[in-house]
Ligand binder design. Structure first.
Ligand code: NAD
Length: 495
């Protein structure tokens, strides 16, 4: 069985021990390869390679850095189906969905091709007599990126194009569940002309993460994953003097006002609830229906669910399997919890007919109505194709529910009332808001991130905040003396 290796200093490198993890094809329910699980020694080697590459990469001209990013953009764009196929094989999402993920990553690469513009500083002439002040943005050094299983291509691309184009060197630790996409991207960056050591991939688990969090050479950490690990990463990384942005889990609500177009709402709830089998941090997992529309809306969602095809992502299906058997079983267990909590299971996704191998990790789309807000079905991040419906009597009640939640990643309001939507965007305590848009993932030139338990640290991913995260600013006060100027003055200059 092949073992997916590290990529250090421009080449694939074997692990120092024979510790490995299993990589599944979730649609077949089979182990298709293994992945190296780094020891501390391997993590140190990856960090060392990035450290060695930093001085000359930092001093490489912006023009050259942009050109390499542009070359990578061209290679990626020409071969994106290849990367999408790798994502589908190890994650399970359908090929069109995987291609969508790659395309969203590509947009960040395109944003990074304009790094010269993003890095422009400012200049103020004659702030005092003969004194000018200006600022420059410089790279940090070695940065670590730790990514989750659900977007093996896009989430790394939220960070590394900006980090690299800004002059940093990178160690990426992808999810051990789907490690191959990172190696594919490393090979393509090399082909694009990126010098060895600027982008390294470290395969592994907590051992690798802990070295990145504590090693003095690493200046910053971008993490995406579940909330408990995000909190751990933030606390450990900052305690070791690092700049950390740690994006965590989510529980996203869709607030539906009675005046909304219910056909648009039902289509949107299906797309946002069951796309990628609900394994998206921006998935809608709770529909909050403001009465009296709940019965009509639930019927519309239910009838659409009957048309969804579940199966192997390489076939013509709407939804693939879940990522592992354990995760599928955990997600399915929420249907029992719903029954115990006296919610109404409208559609039960267990035991559905699929267009795929019987051993795949299947669970069909599930709809649960009248979910009590005390139930774990409402409170937990389930991260699967389980859509809950909560009925409320007013906009205010719905808003209060959303604002009382532990997470604040994404939310959406569906209404034809512009004033209500405007009030919602002002009052809701959530980082990314859709107005008649169910999955409001910001484009690359805006920044991605939520509030509360969905983001630890104050800086979001990509866009201007991404550039800010991967650079530090120097402010320079400069005086070139006019030959006629001089004399002693112990006070601050007054003019
Ligand atoms: P996860 O937290 O299990 O893993 C994320 C990363 O942390 C992986 O690289 C993993 O190897 C590492 N890790 C796991 N356990 C660790 C430990 N004990 N110590 C140190 N590192 C550890 O998350 P996942 O299951 O891969 O991904 C799904 C989660 O990611 C969901 O909660 C989802 O909401 C979240 N997510 C959030 C966003 C966002 O933008 N907020 C985006 C995508 C995914």
């Amino acid at each position: 069985m092949t073992v997916v290796m590290h990529f250090i200093n421009g080449a694939q490198v074997a692990n120092s021990s024979n510790r490995t993890g299993k990589v599944f094809n979730p649609a077949l329910g089979q182990v298709i390869r293994e992945v190296a699980l780094a020891e501390t020694k391997d993590a140190k080697a990856a960090i060392q390679a990035a450290q060695d590459a930093f001085p000359s990469w930092r001093d490489t001209s912006l023009t050259k850095r942009q050109q390499i990013m542009f070359n990578f953009r061209e290679i990626l764009n020409a071969s994106k189906e290849e990367l999408a196929a790798i994502v589908t094989q190890e994650h399970g999402k359908t090929l069109p969905d995987a291609l969508g993920e790659v395309t969203r990553g590509l947009e960040v690469v395109e944003y990074a091709t304009a790094m010269a513009s993003h890095l422009k500083g400012s200049y103020s002439e004659s702030v005092s007599t003969s004194i000018d002040v200006y600022s420059i943005k410089q790279p940090l050094g070695v940065v670590g990126i730790i990514s989750p299983f659900n977007f093996p291509a896009m989430v790394p691309m939220w960070f590394f194009p900006i980090a690299i184009a800004a002059g940093n060197t990178v160690v990426l630790k992808p999810s051990e569940k789907n490690p191959s996409a990172a190696i594919w991207m490393a090979e393509k960056l090399k082909e694009a002309g990126l010098p060895d050591g600027v982008f390294n991939v470290l395969q592994g688990d907590k051992v690798a993460v802990d070295e990145l969090l504590t090693n003095k050479v690493v200046q910053a950490i971008s993490f995406v994953g579940s909330t408990p690990i995000a909190k751990y990463v933030y606390e450990t990384g900052t305690a070791h003097g690092k700049r950390v942005q740690a994006l965590g889990g989510a529980k996203n609500h869709m607030l539906v006002l009675p005046d909304a177009d219910l056909d648009l709402v039902a289509d949107s709830a299906i797309n946002a609830g069951f796309g990628s089998a609900g394994e998206r941090c921006m998935a809608i997992s709770v529909v909050v229906a403001v009465e009296p529309i709940a019965d009509e809306l639930v019927a519309k969602i239910q009838s659409r669910m009957a048309t969804l095809k579940v199966g192997d992502g390489t076939r013509n299906c709407d939804m693939g399997p879940l990522v592992t058997k354990e995760h599928r079983d955990k997600v399915a267990s929420y249907i029992e919890i719903a029954i115990a909590d006296k919610a109404t299971v409208v559609v039960d996704g267990r035991g559905i007919t699929v267009d795929g191998d019987a051993n795949g990790f299947w669970l069909g789309p599930t709809l649960i109505d009248n979910v009590p807000t005390s139930s774990r079905v409402y409170k937990d991040e389930i991260f699967g194709p389980v859509l809950a419906v909560v009925r409320v009597s007013s906009y205010e009640e719905g808003l209060e529910l959303i604002n009382n939640g532990a997470y604040g990643n994404g939310t959406a309001i569906f209404t034809n009332d512009g004033g209500a939507a405007r009030r919602f965007q002002n009052e809701v305590e959530v980082g990314m808001i859709g107005i008649n848009v169910p999955i409001p993932v910001p484009v690359a030139y805006y920044s991605f991130g939520g509030f509360k338990s969905s983001l630890f640290g104050d800086t979001k991913a990509h866009g201007a905040q991404g550039v800010h995260f991967f650079t530090r600013e120097k402010t320079i006060t400069s005086r070139w003396l006019d030959p006629s100027h001089g004399g002693i003055n112990l006070g601050f200059p007054q003019n």
